[in-house]
Design a protein around this ligand. Structure first.
Ligand code: GLV
Ligand code: MN
Ligand code: MN
Length: 392
């Protein structure tokens, strides 16, 4: 918990937690985490995208992966991501303190980007490990116009060798991630931890509405092509309610952006998720169709750029069964509405996830909160999971 507090002080925005990919604040966070990993008896390297990879040796050739991410959203809480890395290090620390080696090595991955705050594209850390980061990604630019490739270089990686990050060793035994639930289910059930059944599918788009800027005092209402009015109509359509589906416009920018100028251009993001891929596909098509229809009606141009699309990912029955065994009688399965690095790690190996109860289900918000006793329970469960896997 104290380590999460230390990491919370590594931020680009004083007074808030904002720790985007490949920034000074992420570097400071990594300096702390590297030290804690070494204290736990691990050997630490950093790959080209900037993930920390820490190895704790075993007695055999097999390998288990543990991990989560160290980057954050804007004005974040202190546990989304860092908690999973801290719990993994704590579980290894217990082995190290006891002088124990398991039949398999453990690699703790502290991913450099999962949230996608800086470049819009998400999961940069785990995608690089899965070999799914392409030249299109490297050409993306941040708000200051810097390319991802240049950001990687400035952070100490080599963008031309990003392919080297790809997992090339034998198939790991699995990838297990501890994460705060970010939802209310465990709290409602009165349980400190739960096992994730599946991670919901997710689609993201950038949309741009292009009208005509003009004088707010002189252009008659019926002659306007106001990009923000069209965008606002779209936002109300995205606020669609039906079981399973969640859809969000989370970012919107208005240009030129002055009180006395009719908005000429609005760009916004669309994020759509569901446990059912057909439902997500159906509503993405509907939302985008309505955006075009609004554009025609309001005489405003609409362009749509798909940013990412991931199907729902089930957790592995084997990892899930072992995690449930590690919890014991009170084990429950809960779905994940949030995305996690396990989405891409599932391309390499079996994934399993342990959720920790969080207060009010609040996340992506500075009020994010977990109980110390629940975190202790998560460390114990992960420790028992390692023992059970070692016995197999
Ligand atoms: C990550 O937090 C996501 O689900 O967007
Ligand atoms: Mn998050
Ligand atoms: Mn997260």
């Amino acid at each position: 918990m104290q380590r999460c507090d230390v990491l919370a002080s590594c931020t680009e925005e004083p007074g808030a937690i904002t720790r985007p990919f490949a920034t000074d604040s992420l570097q400071r966070a990594q300096d702390h985490v590297r030290g804690w990993m070494e204290e736990a008896g691990m050997t630490v390297t950093r790959d080209n995208i900037g993930n920390l990879r820490a190895r704790y040796p075993g007695t055999g050739d097999a390998l288990l992966l543990l991990g989560s991410h160290l980057d954050s959203v804007r004005d974040a809480g202190r546990y989304d991501g860092p908690l999973g890395v801290m719990v993994a290090i704590a579980a290894v620390q217990q082995l190290h303190d006891a002088g124990r080696r398991l039949p398999f090595a453990i690699e703790v991955l502290a991913f450099a980007d999962e949230e996608g705050l800086r470049f819009g594209a998400t999961y940069l850390g785990s995608r690089s490990v899965a070999g799914r980061l392409g030249d299109d990604d490297l050409r993306r630019t941040d708000a200051g116009g810097l390319t991802m490739a240049d950001a990687i270089s400035a952070f100490g990686g080599d963008p031309a060798r990003i392919g080297d990050d790809r997992w090339r060793d034998d198939r790991p035994l699995g990838y297990v991630e501890v994460h705060i639930e970010q939802g209310p289910v465990l709290e409602q059930l009165g349980l400190p931890v739960g096992v994730v059944s599946a991670i919901n599918g997710q689609s993201r788009y950038d949309l741009t509405f292009t009208g005509v800027a003009g004088h707010a005092g002189t252009v008659p209402m019926e002659q306007r092509r106001d990009a923000l009015v069209a965008a606002a109509l779209f936002v109300t359509v995205v606020d669609h309610h039906e079981p399973g589906l969640v859809s969000t416009v989370g970012k919107l920018s208005v240009r030129p952006g002055a009180a006395n100028v009719i908005p000429g251009e609005v760009s916004l993001t669309l994020d759509v998720r569901s446990p059912r891929d057909e439902q997500r596909a159906e509503w993405c098509a509907k939302f985008l169709g309505v955006a075009e229809e609004i554009g025609r009606r309001r005489n405003v141009g609409v362009t749509i750029a798909p940013i990412s699309e991931r199907a729902a990912v089930p957790c592995s029955p084997r990892m899930t069964a072992l995690l449930k065994q590690a919890i014991g009688e009170t084990a429950v399965e809960v779905p994940s509405g949030a995305g996690h690095d396990g989405v891409y790690m599932s391309e390499l190996t079996d994934i399993g996830m342990l959720f920790v109860r969080c207060k009010g289900g609040i996340s992506h918000n500075p009020a994010e909160s977990v109980e110390t006793t629940d975190v202790a329970m998560a460390i114990d469960v992960l420790g028992r999971f390692l023992e059970l896997l070692a016995q197999e």
